[in-house]
Write a protein that binds this ligand. Structure first.
Ligand code: SIN
Length: 284
């Protein structure tokens, strides 16, 4: 099979064709996948049929996997997959119905945020449940030099608990148990982060998890974050991903932030995906 990479009709993102992920992937093919992931930030490999072991094996090609702290939603065969689903069986949710209908970069609430996230769609509605992405490298590149100098060296506080404090504004989110909450204290990351592989600079703040900029008065921090988010969230930096069953999508958390839209999805429209998280290194 020949592997081809076709850019989406969108500001970024690409589809990779010519791979069957249920079979072992040759090193040279995975090198091409990884390069496409770096170049396009979000890559989709459609028409796949994966079991849990196959999903874990392919995800591991990107690096070590970590299990999500919400262990109630782990896949029954492996804690390395978290099930995202709005389906209920025997009165019990089979997965996390809304993994984050707000802009965020995965696991930025930890010192070592996720490198890559992979999602595999088992069941998706014909309409709705899209995933939104925002290109934080392009958004950084387009800032004027005054803003780039202002952001240089600033650190921001990322706090998982910030989601709960914003709950009224954003709709239902997950409330952590006391032990889960104690395991996720606020952490600092640079506002402008160098990509660990390419060295390119990206904005690394998000409306859902970045509470404030360290060392600034609250009003100044709020005003600066608002200006950054208004800039990033322009359509020219955005990708809307429309799912089909069998899609495997991998994205680069150092290059994009993303948002689910499951907060507004009709629960009668079934949506079930598996997610794996690839570990990343420190940001500074
Ligand atoms: C996520 O935020 O990781 C999940 C995205 C989605 O369910 O669309």
């Amino acid at each position: 099979m020949t592997l081809t990479i076709t850019q989406f009709d969108a500001p970024f993102g690409a589809e990779i064709r010519g791979l069957d992920l249920s079979a072992p992937i040759a090193d040279e093919d995975f090198a091409a996948v990884e390069q496409a992931w770096l170049d396009h930030h979000v890559v989709a490999i459609r028409g796949q049929r994966l079991d849990a072991a196959g999903m874990v094996d392919f995800s591991r090609r990107f690096g070590d996997l970590e299990s999500h702290m919400l262990d109630q939603y782990h896949h029954p065969e492996t804690p390395l997959i978290i099930v995202l689903s709005n389906q209920v069986e025997d009165g019990r949710s089979i997965g996390l119905a809304d993994a984050g209908s707000f802009w965020h970069s995965d696991v930025s609430f930890r010192e070592r945020p996720s490198k890559t996230t992979l999602l595999y769609a088992l069941e998706v509605p014909a309409e709705g449940g899209d995933t939104l992405y925002c290109d934080m490298i392009a958004a950084y590149d387009d800032l004027d030099n005054t803003m780039k100098s202002r952001l240089d060296g600033l650190m921001a506080v990322h706090d998982y608990g910030y989601r709960d404090r914003l709950q009224g504004e954003r709709g239902a989110t997950v409330v952590l148990s006391q032990s889960q909450s104690e395991a996720t204290p606020p952490v600092l990351h640079p506002v402008v982060r160098r990509h660990p592989d390419t060295g390119r600079k990206a904005l690394y703040v998000s409306p859902g998890v970045t509470e404030r900029i360290e060392g600034l008065q609250a009003a100044e921090s709020d005003e600066l974050l608002k200006a950054i988010f208004e800039h990033c969230l322009q359509d020219k930096y955005r990708l809307v991903y429309k799912w089909r069953a069998g899609d495997l999508v991998a994205w680069d958390n150092a290059a994009v932030m993303h948002a689910a839209t499951t907060d507004t999805l009709d629960p009668a429209k079934g949506r079930t995906l598996w997610r794996t998280i690839v570990s990343g290194g420190p940001t500074h």
